[in-house]
Design a protein around this ligand. Sequence first.
Ligand code: TXA
Ligand code: MG
Length: 312
Amino acid sequence: MTEVIKPDSSGLARAAAILDDGGLVGMPTETVYGLAGDAANDRAVAAIYQAKGRPSFNPLIVHVADVDQISPLGHLSDSAKRLADAFWPGPLTLVLPLRDDAPVSALVTAGLPTLAVRVPGHPVSRALLQTFGRGVAAPSANPSGRVSPVSAAHVIAGLDGRIDAVLDGGECSVGLESTIVGFADASPMILREGGVPAEALAEVLGRPLAVREEAGAITAPGQMASHYAPVGRVRINVTQPEPEETFVGFGPVECDLNLSENADLAEAAANLFRHFHQLDAMGATRIAVAPVPDEGLGRAINDRLRRAAAPR
Ligand code: TXA
Ligand code: MG
């Protein structure tokens, strides 16, 4: 049985002790819950892949308490530093050149010469990382092929008995994963759209960032679709749902579940995965989703919806 831990000081100490022992802890962040293990411990990192049932070693994000803990891990270029200053702590992940002597298991990077790092903003993850004092590797805390968890109950529903504990930090406020920015060829590029809108990154850097093509288009549908999909079949950009479809609306429309009645994109992002989990709980087999504007957080929402709707 997986222990549900309250995030008070004794709970945080308990969670940090589990991490110290090489155990796994579900950790609330403002984006989604992460499955945290000591990033320097091979056994812990291997256990993360095993608990998720991840078929291959897909590289993981290392989470730290503050930007000072980044320098032993990777090199921050000038533009990386500007983004870090502007958005950390927060829903942004930077992919940096890995330092040779970085105290990180080779399983974390899956052998790549780069390392993804993030300083999360959720008070409970910050407190846990401060108590633990080192970096934790954390993918989203869902079994491979399922929707990312945005509550402790979602983590338990997916991973009960397969991880040591989950810290209950309530519902995630952003509700979808961090924006990932890489710095290959020194020019920043969006590798995954997420909680920090592309427009906000461009404002800080003074120019728009390229978006890696796979982030917008489905190149490997079978593989990517399952990552963000509810069990039922999904149609997107639907204004007229079929009678047998469960309709997920946006704005003031008649529907079964609404992403945001006020057409607020931040609210819609926070509701997206919660609604996916709810659709699974309802046993919805055919799902239609209303159009969502493709701007700001809407770009990350549409990215997840396209993946959910891709052929499987
Ligand atoms: O919001 C988030 O980012 C959440 C929370 C827990 O922080 N984490 C998350 O992790 O979404 P995960 O493992 O589900 O997704 C991380 C993505 C993967 O697609 C992985 O391929 C990519 O980050 N990634 C990790 N390291 C990378 C690297 N060195 N280069 C390129 N992509 C990398
Ligand atoms: Mg994930």
